[in-house]
Every structure is written in C-alpha cells, then in structure tokens.
Write a protein that binds this ligand. Structure first.
Ligand SMILES: *[C@@H]1O[C@H](CO)[C@@H](O)[C@H](O)[C@H]1NC(C)=O
Ligand SMILES: *[C@@H]1O[C@H](CO)[C@@H](O)[C@H](O)[C@H]1NC(C)=O
Length: 166
C-alpha cells in the first residue's frame, strides 16, 4: 500500500477495524468483584451481536471459596477465586453466527470439580426456547450435586436450575 495515499489508508484501517469488531466478540473482564445486576433488567437479547453480562454468585452450601475458570473457543478468562457470597462477571457479545459458548470449571474444597456451560445460545439466547433470554445472566453456584447445582436467577419467576454438565 502506497504511503502517499493517506486517506485511502485511513479508510482501509477504519473498514478493517469495523469488520474486526464484528467478528471478535468484545470482552470486558472485570477482575474486581462485580456488583450483582438487577435480575431481568435489560432487553437486548437474542439478536446476533447482543450484549451479554454473565454474573456468577457463589452460594455453595459449605461456604468455601470457589475457583472459577471460564473459556470460550476464543477467550480464556483465567482462574478466578470467588469467595463465598461474592459475585464475579464478564461481558461479551454473541457472535454473528450465534455460536458463542462459554464453559466454566468450578472447583472448591469439599465440593469437587465440575463443568458447566455458563452461556450457550440454545438455552440463554433463543427467543422461542424453553428458557427466557437473558442479557444480564445471573447464576448461582449452589451445590456439588443434584439437579439444583447451578441456577439462573430471574426477577419474575422461580430460578431455572440445572445439574452439572457431564
Ligand atoms: C451476602 O451478601 C449480601 C450482599 O452483599 C448481603 O446483603 C448478605 O447479608 C450476605 N449474606 C450473608 C449470609 O452473609
Ligand atoms: C476443572 O479444573 C481442574 C483444575 O484445572 C481440573 O483438575 C479438573 O479436572 C477440571 N474439571 C473438569 C470437570 O473438567
């Protein structure tokens, strides 16, 4: 690319940036303990590129700190030590193919080690799906076993609870 052609370069740069920002899911990982959002707030769900805020609240029965390690195919959010009754969260956008998925590993003393899809489009972002779409997706880590290991909290219904993923 010729350096004499400056406006052209700038335009190319802007276009590349725009395209890049479409394809890379923007991620904002706060390592500080986040405030729990008001459940059910926000409404820009289920469209591609919808903004999501996943928040994890440690309410395990034995009150231990839970080690949380979340990943998508593109991002590794690192190992988080989440003290009991604290929350931690991260933000991202669903990609244009709507294939975004984050899997977390939860490990705690006396609780074992478990994996869970903390976000998948089928469960959390399908307009006609079985579960409501969330943009503030608030999860409680509750139990080491059973069908109420992980519960998604909503403002206006009972929590949606799930066992650990195998
Ligand atoms: C858990 O945290 C909330 C919010 O910070 C607080 O209001 C509540 O008292 C705590 N619960 C216990 C049992 O410490
Ligand atoms: C979760 O992570 C821990 C530590 O890296 C690992 O030992 C464990 O096997 C993982 N658990 C699962 C269910 O993959």
């Amino acid at each position: 690319m010729a350096f004499s052609n400056k406006p052209h370069c700038i335009l190319m740069f802007m276009i590349s940036f725009f395209i890049l920002s479409l394809f890379v899911s923007a991620l904002d990982v706060s390592d500080a303990v986040a405030e729990a959002p008001a459940p059910g707030s926000g409404s820009d769900g289920f469209l591609p590129l919808a903004k999501k805020h996943v928040v994890i609240h440690n309410v395990v029965k034995n009150k231990q700190t839970v080690d949380v390690h979340c990943k998508s195919s593109e991002d590794d959010l690192g190992l988080i030590h989440l003290p009991w009754n604290q929350t931690w969260g991260f933000r991202f956008r669903v990609n244009i193919w709507e294939t975004t998925k984050f899997v977390c590993n939860f490990t705690w003393y006396g609780g074992g080690s478990h994996n869970f899809d903390i976000f998948n489009v089928w469960r959390d972002d399908s307009e006609f799906g079985k579960f409501p779409v969330c943009s503030e997706c608030l999860w409680q880590v509750r139990s080491s076993d059973g069908n109420e290991a992980m519960c998604r909290i909503t403002g206006d219904s009972d929590p949606y609870c799930f066992p650990w993923d195998k």
